[in-house]
Design a binder for this molecule. Structure first.
Ligand code: 3HC
Ligand code: NAI
Length: 691
């Protein structure tokens, strides 16, 4: 039984059991509805405690039912039914009461939780809004500003905060079931409280209140519809009577549930959970990681060390000399100092984290490490010398990883006597923040070591994707195409600001030139040099000239844009405009005016083509892996579902001729056979995968 009733004197215990997360499937909804009827009809019962078994309270509507014909009863009706019960219902919350789960709890007359519980309305992150009264009931228990934040951003909050906001009536330290039953018994003396939807709602007197919130939300949403529609629903809750507001909430919910954006966001939700599930790794037990080490304390090494410390792993940091070690420690400290400055971390916690970091100049300090991650200069000889030294000191089963961006991990691994313990762990900068981790399988990497890579990613709170070996793995390889296309647009009449504006309009947080100025043009210059040394032709005439002028970006006061000292605001550069004009003439191209949509297509369609090649070569196994790489590593809009989900939604049958036209005018490569095949099969989502 998904919903069962146990009688404990005057209190009934209603238990939901629908593993793994007690999602509100049709059976649960029907069970809850029946339970209210049963208990209302039972004169012995005077209160009901609603509790869930397993790891969590109800985690929301069953997202797998979206996109199918809805089966009655609707969740909104179930919540209304609980609220209309003739005896008090008390929600006993552990784990996460999210979305429909919190809405059910808000339909109850009281809410009790354990301190570790979290509550939230994350619907906007799935492209929808709460559809069972959340926007109407939450502002009636929490204050309006908090309700707006929770509903439009969707981030869950902890039990103590929820108690302080007024969402929870009690937080109990002991046994949840026993304590909530005791809470229920104490309430038997009281009159039935007013249902939440009948309570007064805060009124707004501040002029421009809604416009102010709408402007702030629109800026963060970058084209995603649900946050603004969520605000609209809260405004309805404040300005209309509850019944009308509930009906309007449902209307918005249904419209969004059936939208492309919601389909895309649901795809990402399930892709994130599928990423680590590879058939070849099924049943394999990962090695235990209790301690780690990082070699190299530069930009990446320091960020990786912080990511490991944040997951409560003690870290040894090794540098090449005293000065390097001091710089490395200062780099890690700087990460935590800025977190303290922003109020994200207490000074006490910073010290606790730093006390788990052990600096060393000697590899002997690594004899106990379960995992060593190398993040030294991007130079094959330097990296090999590190692994030669590691090979003689680490434990036989220690996992050895390289964070190389472009070098061949197989070549780095040659000095190792136990190459099965070696893999690539490609973090993204800043490594303690960026969610993506490319797990690179080298020739000899054992399945157990790969599985440990995925387990580590989970522990670090990262989304891991398996990648094969090629220049740039998955993400940087696609990024190379993006960068090349962006520069080509300059030769056709765009200024950097035109291209950046178009891509921000597409939903990216920054355009390609703004990103390069932030991260430094030297990274790509290094990579072009390496490619040219291999005999490859790399066309980047404007970038080459900027690097020749040492215009490496913000750090040198200028790159694709100019910068005033101490200010990150990009200013269009006359120097760059003159170089663009010269190179355009040199290339025999004619500057024309390109609208934002054409700019977007000339950037994104060739990336899709490159992604198809990556799939064809088996560098990525599944299109969903590429979607996750683009979203978590490169800021591709989540609400577009990632690069290849977007391609499918847009229609490969339209992308193919557009690419062919670009190829004919020499502005992009022709579509590859794999892309044509995907189009013939109806899209990337229809391809059978080799995972
Ligand atoms: N519906 C269907 N399946 C769900 C689900 C949901 N709401 N939430 C989680 N699952 C599934 C996952 O897909 C996964 O399945 P798998 O094992 O086959 O891959 C399994 O449950 C376990 O999920 P996680 O791996 O995410 O488990 P964690 O313990 O790491 O996290 C969680 C648990 C915090 C509950 C997390 O799963 C989560 O955030 N879930 C989504 C919550 C949510 O967005 N709720 C709102 C839904 S929309 C709604 O309620 C609309 C309403 O207003 C009408
Ligand atoms: P960095 O130049 O900031 O840091 C490298 C550090 O390694 C320096 O502190 C240096 O003193 C130290 N080092 C050099 N040789 C050493 C040795 N033999 N033993 C111990 N320490 C040594 O470089 P960054 O940017 O941190 O890059 C490191 C690696 O990470 C490179 O392979 C790079 O390609 C890769 N990477 C860089 C990214 C980025 O955005 N910067 C992103 C992803 C990967």
């Amino acid at each position: 039984m998904t919903v069962s009733i146990e009688t404990l004197g005057e209190v009934a215990l209603v238990t939901v059991d629908n593993p793994p997360v007690n999602a509100l499937s049709q059976a649960v909804r029907a069970g809850l509805s029946e339970a209210v009827d049963t208990l209302d009809a039972d004169p012995q019962i005077r209160a009901a405690v609603l509790i869930c078994v397993g790891r969590t309270f109800m985690a929301g509507a069953d997202v797998r039912e979206f996109g199918k014909t809805p089966q009655p009863p609707a969740l909104s009706d179930v919540v209304n039914r609980i609220e209309a019960a003739t005896k008090p219902w008390i929600a006993a919350i552990h784990g996460t009461a999210l979305g429909g789960g919190l809405e059910v709890a808000l339909g109850c007359h009281y809410r009790v939780a354990v301190p570790s519980a979290k509550v939230g309305l994350p619907e906007v992150t799935l492209g929808i809004i709460p559809g069972a009264g959340g926007t109407v009931r939450l502002p009636r228990v929490a204050d309006l500003e908090h309700a707006i934040e929770m509903i439009t951003i969707g981030r869950p909050i902890g039990a103590e905060t929820a108690h302080a906001y007024g969402i929870l009536d009690a937080v109990v330290e002991g046994d949840l079931k026993e304590d909530t039953i005791a809470f229920a018994r104490e309430r038997l003396r009281d009159a039935l409280p007013l249902p939440v939807s009948k309570r007064p709602v805060p009124q707004v007197s501040e002029e421009g209140f809604w416009e102010k919130h709408a402007a702030r939300i629109a800026k963060h949403a970058r084209g995603q519809a649900s946050p603004l529609r969520a605000l609209e629903a809260v405004r309805n809750a404040v300005e209309l009577d509850a019944e009308t507001a509930l009906a309007k909430e449902r209307e918005i919910f249904v419209a969004l549930r059936d939208s492309d954006q919601s389909a895309a966001l649901r795809h990402v939700f399930f892709a994130e959970r599928a990423a680590a599930k590879l058939r070849e790794l099924e049943g394999i037990v990962p090695r235990e990681i209790k301690s780690a080490a990082v070699i190299g304390g530069g930009t990446m090494g320091a960020g990786i060390a912080a990511a490991l410390l944040d997951a409560d792993l003690p870290v040894v940091l090794v540098e090449q000399d005293e000065a390097g070690l001091e710089r490395g420690l200062a780099n890690v400290r700087q990460i935590y100092d800025s977190a303290v400055k922003r109020g994200r971390l207490s000074a006490e916690k910073r010290e606790a984290k730093l006390s788990m970091l052990a600096p060393s100049l000697h590899y002997a300090a690594l004899s106990d490490a379960d995992l060593v991650i190398e993040a030294v200069f991007e130079d094959l000889d330097v990296k090999r010398s590190v692994f030669v030294a590691l090979d003689s000191v680490v434990k036989p089963d220690a996992i050895l990883a390289t964070n190389t961006s472009y070098l061949d991990p197989n070549a780095i691994a040659t000095p190792l006597s136990r190459a099965e313990n070696f893999l690539g762990l490609h973090f993204f900068s800043p490594a303690n923040i960026m969610k993506l981790l490319e797990i690179v399988k080298a020739e000899a990497t054992s399945p157990e070591v790969l599985k440990t890579g995925f387990a580590l990613a989970k522990r670090l709170g990262k989304t891991a994707v398996l990648a094969g070996i090629c220049d740039g793995f998955i993400g940087n390889r696609i990024y190379k195409t993006y960068r090349r296309q962006a520069e080509q647009l300059l030769l056709d009449g765009c200024q950097p600001g035109d291209v950046d504006r178009a891509m921000r309009g597409f939903g990216l947080p920054m355009g390609p030139f703004e990103v390069q100025d932030l991260s430094g043009l030297d990274i790509a210059e290094f990579q072009r040099k390496a490619a040219r040394a291999r005999g490859e032709t790399v066309l980047a005439p404007i970038a080459d000239r900027l690097c020749g002028l040492k215009r490496y970006g913000q750090k040198t006061g200028g790159g694709w844009y100019d910068y005033e000292a101490g200010n990150r605001m990009p200013i269009p550069s006359e120097t760059v405009a003159a170089i663009i004009a010269e190179e355009t003439e040199q290339a025999g191209r004619t500057a024309k005016s390109l609208d934002d949509e054409i700019v977007q297509q000339r950037l994104v369609f060739p990336m899709i083509n490159e992604a198809a090649r990556i799939l064809e070569e088996g560098i990525a196994r599944r299109s969903l892996d590429i979607d996750l790489v683009e979203i978590h590593g490169y800021g591709f809009p989540r609400w577009r579902g990632g690069l290849l989900f977007y391609a499918d939604q847009y229609g490969l049958e339209k992308i193919l001729p557009a690419l062919e036209a670009m190829a004919a005018e020499g502005t992009a490569n022709a579509p590859c056979p794999f892309l044509k095949d995907a189009s013939a099969k109806g899209g990337f989502s229809n391809l059978t995968t080799g995972d």
